[in-house]
Design a binder for this molecule. Sequence first.
Ligand SMILES: [Cu+2]
Length: 538
Amino acid sequence: MAHDATHDHHDDHHGAPKNFFVRWCMSTNHKDIGTLYLVFSLLMFFIGGSFAMVIRAELFKPGLQLVQPYFFNEMTTMHALVMIFGAVMPAFVGLGNWMIPLMIGAPDMALPRMNNLSFWILPFAFALLLSTLFLPGGGPAGGWTMYPPLSLQGDSVAYLVFAVHLMGISSIMGAINIIATILNMRAPGMDLLKMPVFVWSWLITAFLLIAVMPVLAGAVTMLLTDKYFGTSFFNAAGGGDPVLFQHIFWFFGHPEVYIMILPAFGLVSEIIPTFARKPIFGYKAMVFAIASIAFLSFIVWAHHMFAVGLPLGGEIFFMYATMLIAVPTGVKVFNWVSTMWGGSMTFETPMLFAIAFVILFTIGGFSGLMLALAPADFQYHDTYFVVAHFHYVLVTGAIFAIIAATYYWLPKWTGHMYSETWGKIHFWNSVIWVNVLFFPQHFLGLAGMPRRIPDYNVAFANFNMISSIGGFLFGASQLIFVGVVLHCVFFSKKKAPDRVWEGAKGLEWTVPSPAPYHTFELPPVIHDDELAHGHIED
Ligand SMILES: [Cu+2]
């Protein structure tokens, strides 16, 4: 039905330019640009991961063994910047580029050339950022939150600020492209309330990006002018206020954490119905929950600053506003569980990662609720309890969802099935070692171990050793993932059917596997039965 007549089954790469440079550097094809984003994100995941290995190696035992304190601080700062802006965010843009046109029946993204530019800015931005590690005075070491005056030390400030500017430009352009594509390029019959939840989650995330990336640009530009042009925005001696930076930074920073999780909510909402063989429970509630989380994410930023000395009224407002986010988040978890309830479930690798996402993200959610209690946060603030919290929501949350989506759509992208056995070996190693790595950090934090410090009291030795062992094994087990992906792309002989997963619904499963270079050049005729949400029950 939705096959576009111009391409027959066996001509996989019809239309792809033969010249490597032309194909990949000058590409305006959403699939190729999606692939570039995903490969870049994987590379950054391993660079950011190797920084984390240095951190865990140094914290394996109390005392200083391996690196100088300044270098340790560079590692914590770079680990965060690379993982957030280089791994997680580009991975979602890559998945969005690959899948949104296929899911809404569009031939490509609305702005293909801008799509090319929004990707190719990234390698330059990160070359600029990573090159600071080789500066005589070293790179940024004041944490990814860049609080002045600490962040103004050294000569790397200008590089850091320019790199953040470039990342922001890339994100904003990507967001504009996604909004323009979703609002203007849907095939006839693909009504808004028939769109896959992943498409909705990206539409809402894109508005968040356009709203807050300029705020980050403003904050770091003021850092730059304070450092080089004699302004005193954050310099108390000049009448400025360093706490002002924290307000501006977290006005960006908290929506930023939702920019890193809302698309993951969308991905899991695609995968669970497929392997439960039931339509998502509460489709409209899911969409409204995502929208309300996005709205609330703008009014909670100071929960990152409970210990800075806010007025009591402010503490109470931000505490309750933060606790409110638990409601729509709870609705989502309830809907995922209700979708599985009574379903005829099978547990292929994408489903295993999706279920682990639901369970472990919820653990991250609960520790987030504990952190929202202002009086309790006075104890947890800037400790490993906070580190454990955001790694549960970002690693077992965002990263697990990205991995689940890769296993889910890889057969559609490549035309081959991946090795289910090794997929499961990767899963069980990941889910065990990630908990050995991060769960003990809750206890370290409750006992008062501060974050971002290369040494610690011997009382914290045991849990740190366990956490480091978990870290090394979790890191190592991600090499299995690379092996499975490379095997699927280059060596797998197992042909993938067009409808890769028997319970799958949606336009993307109506095109051949591998998806041809050009799809939906003629708008597909949409049949509601074909769609996951063709018939809205609720
Ligand atoms: Cu926050």
